[in-house]
Write a protein that binds this ligand. Structure first.
Ligand SMILES: [Zn+2]
Length: 261
């Protein structure tokens, strides 16, 4: 199996893994753990801590729990019908992921957005994806195009079915797929960790009118540029595409200053 094939099979395994994991998980795990860790997820072996962690993480990333929301170990333990220790362990894991703020003698709260972390993640992701476009232009062929188009068709279907979370997953997978097809498998983990820092903002951005239409249109333009192996065009498009986050940040900051740290 060649390296690109191996990479794609890893991605496909993630998709399959995705389908068997229950609940709201299906777009969230992809952004919070590395690919190899995902492959190890086994429902049978999930501990109580894992379940609490995953449920709370999903609620935070999907904004069911908003920044600033107070979290009580006792309440969560009561809700799950479990003791406080696994809840404490889950809280600690969420703290390490930067999703909870845990302070001694004070209430634990859902962390707000950090402008600094968002800027850092945006910078690294853009730098990587610009290079991915250059590399992809060197190797892009009809097979790559067909593969990317299949994902794009699924994106449209997700929009038609009004399943925004599914669209959100597919959008990110589209970027990882180009990474794979362009022979840049090594960049995937870093792109995933960058995405984790901006995930909640992406959820908010897709609630904005017309946002999804523009995103799909840019994905189309990206495939067209890659088909032409036009490096300048592809890098221009990805710069605009990832730059979308800036207006999302500005808008959310003006409407919801309380979401930011
Ligand atoms: Zn995209």
């Amino acid at each position: 199996m060649s390296m690109p094939e191996l990479g794609i099979s890893v991605l496909m395994s993630q998709f399959r893994c995705n389908e068997v994991i229950p609940s709201k998980q299906h777009f969230l795990w992809l952004s919070t753990v590395g690919p190899m860790e995902n492959l190890k997820i086994d429902r049978e072996r999930r501990t109580t801590t894992d379940q609490v962690f995953e449920d709370l993480r999903d609620d935070i990333l999907s904004l069911a729990l908003l920044p600033g929301a107070k979290m009580s170990e006792a309440e969560v333990a009561a809700r799950f019908g479990i003791s406080r220790q696994p809840v404490r362990d889950a809280f600690n894991r969420l703290g390490h992921l930067g999703l909870l703020k845990i302070r001694p003698q004070r209430a634990t709260v859902v962390r707000g957005f950090s402008i600094e972390k968002i800027a850092e993640a945006r910078f690294i992701r853009l730098a990587l994806e610009l290079e991915v476009m250059k590399q992809a232009c060197n190797v892009w062929d009809q097979k790559c195009s067909d593969s990317a188009m299949r994902n794009l068709e699924e994106q449209k279907a997700a929009i038609d079915a009004e399943t925004l979370d599914r669209f959100h997953t597919l959008d990110f997978q589209f970027h990882l797929l180009i990474c794979e097809l362009g022979g840049c498998h090594h960049a995937i983990d870093t792109i995933m960790s960058c995405r984790q820092k901006t995930d909640r903002l992406c959820v908010l951005s897709f609630n904005r009118d017309k946002e999804v239409d523009s995103v799909i249109e840019e994905h189309h333009q990206l495939i067209a540029a890659l088909n032409e192996r036009d490096e300048a065009k592809a890098t221009d498009i990805i710069r605009t595409h990832l730059g979308r986050l800036d207006s999302v940040v500005a808008e959310i900051q003006s409407k919801h200053a309380e979401y930011f740290e």
